[in-house]
Design a protein around this ligand. Sequence first.
Ligand SMILES: *[C@@H]1O[C@H](CO)[C@@H](O)[C@H](O)[C@H]1NC(C)=O
Length: 199
Amino acid sequence: MVISSHFSPAAILILILFTTHPNCLSARKILSSDTDTEFIKTSCDATTYPDLCFATFSSYATQIQANPKILAAKSLSVALNTTLSASQSLTDLCKTQGLKPKEEAALHDCVEEMSDSVDEFRRSISEMEESEGKSFAIRMSDVETWVSAALTDEDTCMDGFSENEMDGDVKATVKTTIEKVTQLTSVSLAFVNQYAGSK
Ligand SMILES: *[C@@H]1O[C@H](CO)[C@@H](O)[C@H](O)[C@H]1NC(C)=O
């Protein structure tokens, strides 16, 4: 290399790093919150949906740090918000012209099931903040029960569309919407379990 006579070896190394790595800047950004991001990564790897999990929670790394309680609480809040927005989408879908009566009935049931899930997440979030009364073990067992119940509600919603005559656009839309809710609920249940097991 001709330039080598004008630069120190360290400078050359830096030059090579920066010219061969177009994403150097983003790599540096990740490195700066290394341990926080590492905690999210490890926690997400223990869930059924590690990629969705990491994509969802890595942006909260600075807030969560390595605190399993904050991670569990954040995951409940994410699941709640996703359920609320799913419920809104299903309500909008209900207004589509030309729905079959069975589709309309199944959508109506789904909206009710999402409303039950919303209650279960809200109860779970406030229970996590509570410190009086119940023991930690009983409290966490209650939260686990409610988050599991939300998963069941989501399954029940999808079951309403299982008949062959329901195959179509409405079912496909519901499936996409509910799948996201189900996956984030499953991640949240894993984080609640991780926190429950951390003490
Ligand atoms: C959920 O929605 C509420 C109200 O809009 C908001 O304050 C909160 O930050 C949201 N939580 C997450 C994790 O996005």
